[in-house]
Design a protein around this ligand. Structure first.
Ligand code: PLP
Length: 355
């Protein structure tokens, strides 16, 4: 039976990415060696890294003065690397979920942190809109897509200071104005590659302004100087990332992806709003087009486990919601085909007929 992969991350990758990566595990770039056993300094792999970074610049329209980095440590290390490198006196943070609050916790090790607003009291079901950011903040940090709670900020906010964003779960899903950001970071394991590499896009002019010493590995300048080869980079995830990026370009880039993503999300949200058994958990105006969270309606609560089994039997994988929200979460990243979203909708309709 066909499986439909709704995992939140690591999550679905394009068939193109999987096919080419599998082939390179056998024979990488005609070397007769596996991608698993080649030097990161071989000319073949340096070409992969160079092309991947160039494609990221092209797809996201990255202006001059920025560098694209492949780092280790996951997005979670960026929670600490960002303030280590950028927080001099004060930084402002928006608390929209678990990952945002983890970022806030780390920033507090480095200086004064102003939490401008939080939706924690509503179990992060919406994005706070009414807040002001102190004009003397070194940066304003926010999470563009809250993977666990299914809310998303699909815009680059105007707040009067440089932006820093965790885009782990929606990077490459839409166009962004990189020039408004000092740092954009994203763990690869949703819209780019298998787990193991973290993408950072860093404005070089934002660096060198803090007084504290920075350990070599945690200093963005180290990685900029060495073109992400200061230490051994995760070769396989970077190779897979390149395949995904080529596929994105082939599809028409991030504007084309956004169009498809909006369409896929609308198909699913329309069904959630129509079907008597289900309801969405995120405020309608803040609904994510990457992670669609829903629960059983009050009068059908007892059907949750039954729907889970029914959906599994129909080939749906990974739709159980995060334990802090419950219910269901369908992650419909860039690589998710529309046909899988339609299969989930058909399953929801069939289940409704039974009740
Ligand atoms: N930020 C967001 C928005 C995430 O969804 C996740 C993981 O799911 C993280 C950060 C943490 O990423 P990592 O596991 O790469 O540290």
């Amino acid at each position: 039976m066909k499986k439909h992969n709704f995992y939140a991350g690591p999550s679905i990758l394009s068939e193109y990415t999987i096919k080419n990566t599998a082939a390179a595990v056998e024979n990488f770039a005609g070397t007769g060696l596996s991608i698993l056993e080649v030097s990161h300094r071989s000319k073949e792999f340096v070409a992969v890294s160079d092309e991947a970074r160039a494609l990221i610049k092209e797809l996201l329209d990255v202006p001059a003065g920025y560098e694209v980095l492949f780092l280790g440590g996951g997005a979670s290390l960026q929670f600490c690397m960002v303030p280590f490198n950028l927080l001099n006196k004060k930084a402002s943070y928006l608390d929209t979920g678990t990952w945002a609050s983890n970022a806030i916790k780390e920033a507090k090790f480095f200086g004064n942190v102003e939490v401008v607003a939080s939706s924690k009291d509503s179990n992060y079901s919406f994005i706070p809109k009414n807040f002001t950011v102190s004009p003397d903040s070194d940066y304003f940090h926010f999470t563009t897509n809250n993977t666990i709670f299914g809310t998303e900020m699909r815009y680059d906010p105007e707040v009067g200071c440089p932006l820093v964003a965790d885009m782990s779960s929606d990077i490459f899903s839409r166009p962004i104005d990189v020039s408004k950001y000092d740092v954009i970071y994203a763990g690869a394991q949703k819209n780019l590659a298998p787990a193991g590499v973290t993408l950072a896009i860093v404005r070089e002019g934002a660096l060198g302004n803090v007084e504290r010493p920075i350990p070599t590995m945690l200093d963005y300048r180290t990685h900029i100087k060495k073109e992400s080869m200061f230490n051994t980079p995760p070769v396989l995830p970077i190779f897979a990332a390149l395949q995904t990026l080529r596929w994105y370009k082939e599809l028409g880039g991030v504007a084309a992806l956004e169009k498809i993503n909006l369409e896929k999300a609308a198909i699913l949200y329309d069904e959630i709003d129509r079907n008597k058994l289900f309801k969405g958990t995120a405020a309608v105006e803040d609904r994510s087009i990457m992670n669609v969270c829903f629960v059983m309606n009050e009068e059908y609560q007892e059907l949750e486990a039954e729907f889970n089994s029914f959906a599994s039997a129909a080939g749906m994988v990974g739709i159980k919601g995060h334990r802090s929200v419950g219910g269901f979460r369908a992650s419909i990243y860039n690589a998710m085909p529309k046909s899988s979203v339609e299969a989930l909708v058909a399953t929801m309709k069939e289940f409704e007929k039974l009740h």
